[in-house]
Design a protein around this ligand. Structure first.
Ligand SMILES: [Ca+2]
Length: 271
């Protein structure tokens, strides 16, 4: 019995040591950087999902046959309709900047979208993969499954997500978010839409630490704006909880970050 206790305490000791050393040499400046990196990675995936949302109006306009065409200059697409009715859409970006997004990212490469159903049908599923696709030179990997739950609710699942940044760092991501449309329903354009977002992701961040990302209060995103404007996100990096408050709805890139009881107001996000 005594031996068991000894090993138990020894195990507990090393477990505690491991937990403490997880982000032992991270200071709050580095933790704030971890927040910016998480928001940036989230923004990259949301940005490219917006591009594929943009394509859905094309699917509605042309429900049959094959179609080739171009839109907005350097974003071109090909739609192939399969015998089972599903569609394979190949979108090719060449130094493409979306004018609907102020100060938008530059995209290059190919986004493949396998589409089952149409936006107006009960079943509408898009499976998105990438071929040498980059945002601002940073390469995007993963399989994203976007599933319609109801006319206003969509789930977005990221599997094997990874961003290879130009500086050699990587960010990995897996998990699911739920997106609920709260405005812009009356127009076909997606660029006046407003969404509430919940969900959670895990992965390894650019500093090499494991993280978990969990929305505590729904985040609000205007499609035409780069940053969430309200909501609360909790980010756990190593053994430390970081709480990010996106604000009161004002369109800005400022967030309040609370780390271990200390709040840093109006921290500017990068993109
Ligand atoms: Ca709309």
């Amino acid at each position: 019995m005594k031996a068991v206790s000894k090993w138990f305490y020894l195990g507990a000791f090393f477990a505690a040591l491991t937990l403490t050393s997880c982000d032992g040499h991270l200071d709050d400046t580095e933790r704030k950087q971890a927040v910016k990196d998480d928001v940036q990675a989230d923004g990259y995936y949301d940005d490219l999902i917006s591009e594929t949302d943009d394509i859905q109006t094309l699917i509605l306009e042309d429900k049959s046959g094959n179609q080739n065409g171009s839109k907005d200059g350097s974003k071109t697409y090909t739609i192939v309709t399969n015998p089972d009715g599903s569609r394979d859409i190949t979108v090719t970006f060449v130094n493409y900047t979306n004018l609907n997004f102020a100060n938008s990212h530059v995209k290059n490469g190919i986004v493949n979208i396998h589409v089952t159903g149409t936006p107006d049908s009960t079943v509408f599923i898009r499976v998105i993969t990438f071929t040498n696709f980059t945002i601002d030179g940073n390469q995007i990997w993963g399989t994203i499954t976007v599933t319609k739950v109801s006319p206003t609710v969509t789930t977005i699942q990221i599997a094997n997500g990874q961003i290879n940044f130009t500086d050699g760092t990587t960010y990995t991501r897996q998990g699911t978010k739920t997106r609920t449309q709260i405005d812009g329903m009356l127009t076909p354009s997606i660029w006046d839409n407003v969404y509430q977002v919940t969900g959670s992701f895990t992965g390894t961040n650019r500093q090499g630490f494991n993280y978990s990302h969990e929305v505590i209060t729904p985040l609000v995103r205007y499609m035409s704006y780069r940053y969430f404007v309200s909501g609360i996100l909790e980010l756990e990096v190593g053994n430390r909880d970081i709480v990010i408050d996106f604000g009161d709805g004002t369109l800005d890139n400022l967030v309040d970050i609370t780390i271990n009881g200390t709040t840093y107001p109006d921290v500017p996000l990068t993109h």
